[in-house]
Design a protein. Structure first.
Length: 369
């Protein structure tokens, strides 16, 4: 029996580096540090509530409120620490930013500072830990501004405010039945599965592509009353099935873990919507642009999918704040393009007479005073 030849993550990165003969190797070393952090987080997640495991029996219990106004769990803090501690020492980073930290993280002395910036969500979907649903880590690598590289000064919030199209690499780790690392260094998307015997990420999905068509969509239907008309129209058409305008049946999914949603779409297609809505007018979306939407958007576009806010291409959006939120739609190209068309159409093209879109009142018109 001949064993199938598989590349390790290290070997894959070496091959990618060969496209750039003058590369120093710092970029690869940084990605391997990130992968090590993901392995450590995977181990902590796997122990769960086991007595004596990392995080202990209260690993999923809320502790305090983070900068996002969300309940922070011990594993959120542990995961954030793994990212900072395993990447700060290598001399590759000028600074970091995380969902769990209000301000940019400075590389402490005596560590050398480098030319890259790391942004990350250390544990996406952590609210699912209690029910043993897949969670993950999301990360993105940017080049630090030249002024930071030349001076070695502390990084500021403004240094991280780069549009998604300027990302050098992005990826996520998936902590599910198997631990996987999905990565793009700007040359397509590759998937690696952690071999528990070797402790190595092995290349198992060498060229991931998202189908252009799909019959599956994911959206949080509990927010339906807050959706804008183009989103209502799209979802209503999907729910109408083969007897409706689309002429085919759709399946609806919702996991409440964007890493898990993105992975399903990368593996078999689909469309994900977490759009801007009217639930909180002051908040133009729910997902964080820099360390959630942009990294996932980069991966999706590298895999042939389309990524949008509904109104504009996501990766062209100029960030305005470190923890900026945004509406996000991504997935199979033709479905996302359809949603974009609905947003671009003038209001008179919407069937406002349809009960799904009509104005609602507690009183019938003839009873109104």
């Amino acid at each position: 029996m001949t064993l199938q030849r598989r590349y390790t993550l290290t070997q894959y990165l070496i091959e990618q580096r060969r496209r750039f003969p003058n590369a120093s190797g710092d970029f690869n070393a940084l990605l391997l540090d990130v992968a090590l952090a993901c392995k450590a987080i995977a181990r902590s997640v796997a122990f769960g509530a086991l007595e004596g495991g990392p995080g202990g029996v209260a690993a999923s219990a809320p502790t305090q409120v983070n900068v996002q106004g969300e309940q922070q769990k011990p594993l959120d803090v542990i995961s954030n620490d793994y990212f900072t501690q395993m990447t700060e020492w290598g001399g590759h980073l000028a600074g970091m930013a995380s969902e769990e930290m209000e301000q940019p993280y400075q590389i402490p002395p005596p560590h050398q500072r480098g030319k890259y910036l790391l942004v990350f969500d250390p544990l996406d979907g952590s609210s699912n830990i209690d029910v043993n649903v897949t969670v993950g880590s999301i990360f993105s690598i940017l080049r630090a501004p030249q002024a930071v590289i030349d001076s070695g000064r502390d990084v500021t919030e403004a240094d991280f405010l780069q549009p998604g199209c300027q990302q050098l690499a992005a990826g996520y780790a998936l902590y599910g039945p198997t631990t996987m690392l999905i990565l793009s260094v700007g040359n397509g998307v590759a998937g690696f599965t952690l071999d528990p015997n070797l402790g190595q990420f092995m290349l198992t999905h060498p060229a991931i592509r998202v189908p252009e068509d799909t019959q599956e969509f994911a959206i949080n239907a509990s927010n339906a009353r807050f959706w804008e008309p183009p989103v209502k129209r799209y979802v209503d058409e999907c729910l109408a099935g083969r007897t409706g305008a689309r002429g085919k049946d759709f399946n609806m999914r919702w996991i409440a873990s964007m890493v898990a949603e993105a992975h399903r779409i990368l593996m078999r297609g689909g469309v994900f919507l977490y759009p801007r809505d009217t639930k909180d007018i002051a908040m133009p979306g729910r997902l964080r642009l820099l360390y959630e939407a942009n990294p996932i958007g980069f991966l999706m576009e590298q895999a042939g999918a389309r990524v949008s806010t509904g109104r504009e291409p996501l990766l062209q959006v100029q960030p305005e704040a470190l923890h900026q939120r945004i509406g996000l739609i991504f997935g199979s190209k033709h479905e996302v393009e359809r949603i974009e068309r609905y947003h671009a159409e003038p209001p008179e093209h919407l069937d406002l007479a349809h009960p799904l879109f009509g104005e609602r009142s507690l009183f019938r018109e003839e009873m109104a005073l």
